[in-house]
Design a protein around this ligand. Structure first.
Ligand SMILES: O=C(CO)[C@@H](O)[C@@H](O)COP(=O)(O)O
Length: 270
């Protein structure tokens, strides 16, 4: 191990120092992973804050019944740095903690020697990284296998906007993205191609399940909770018979109200 990695072992080097390190692998981009204006000390604090936030938000997926076993994942962009934090792959939700979250660059590579990097990052890391590279406004990404949203994804059907809760949260139908197999950029590309310029913060990846985005990890988790809620409601409505989409002007008015009036002035989506 080089001196820098040795320092990590005894705690004298932090994420920030490593995140500022020139990429170790020769084939890495020469881009700077750190916003120089911010400085390293502040960066370490920002990374720690995202670690805490992302670790805590995984408990919300369990709380709302959106995942089973080790399925699903949450990530959060580190403000002012070309980095994001994501959970380790296949680790029990009971074990997840800030110190075992994994800091990755925007190519989805774990920062060498950073706390948690001894484990493999989520198997969806490439998808999350693709979204962060191509949607700079996105601060958080979530994936779940929540039952009703997965059922709509299995059928390859968008969820029609037939209730005001959908107009509020998604500004229209929840769209379906392409069938894509994990292992390269195809899931991430499907998310970006479907959601770029779209009001919805949720996409039903065909044959797989929901991915959601947000201005923050918490915003993306909220979208994951709400897409499962509306998927369930609309499914049950359809069981009783046909449904009618809301009028477009009503959807527009409800969406605008929800973005700019609902909640408090300091809310993050304002
Ligand atoms: O859906 C997939 C992959 O796309 C699951 O493996 C995913 O929910 C959980 O994987 P990770 O534990 O994050 O590696």
């Amino acid at each position: 191990m080089d001196e820098r990695t040795d320092d990590v072992a005894d705690g004298t080097t932090t994420d920030a120092d490593l995140a500022g390190a020139r990429p170790a692998a020769a084939d890495r981009d020469e881009r700077d992973l750190v916003d120089d204006r911010a400085g390293h000390d502040d960066l370490d604090a920002r990374i720690d804050a995202v670690r805490r936030d992302v670790a805590a938000l995984h408990a919300e997926l369990v709380r709302y019944g959106l995942v089973v076993w080790t399925g699903g994942n949450v990530s959060g962009r580190v403000p002012g740095a070309e980095l994001f934090v994501i959970k380790p792959s296949g680790v029990s939700y009971d074990e997840l903690a800030p110190e075992n979250m994994i800091v990755c660059d925007l190519d989805g590579r774990a920062v060498p020697g950073s706390p948690g990097s001894e484990r493999s990052p989520s198997s969806d890391t490439a998808a999350h990284a693709y979204v962060y590279r191509h949607m700079p406004e996105v601060g958080g990404v979530v994936h779940t296998h929540s039952t009703f949203a997965v059922a709509w994804a299995a059928r390859g059907e968008e969820i029609p906007c037939v209730i005001t809760a959908m107009a509020d949260e998604f500004g229209g139908p929840v769209p379906v993205g392409p069938f894509a197999i994990i292992g390269d950029d195809s899931i991430g590309r499907g998310i970006v191609e479907t959601l770029s310029g779209h009001r919805s913060r949720a996409v039903l990846m065909r044959g797989h399940g929901p991915f959601t985005i947000g201005v923050s990890p918490r915003d993306a988790v909220k979208a994951a909770v709400m897409v499962e809620d509306v998927a369930r409601s609309v499914h049950h409505a359809l069981e009783a018979g046909p449904v009618e989409p809301l009028p477009v002007d009503a959807i527009d008015r409800l969406y605008e109200r929800y973005q700019h009036v609902y909640g408090q002035a300091g809310d993050e989506r304002r």
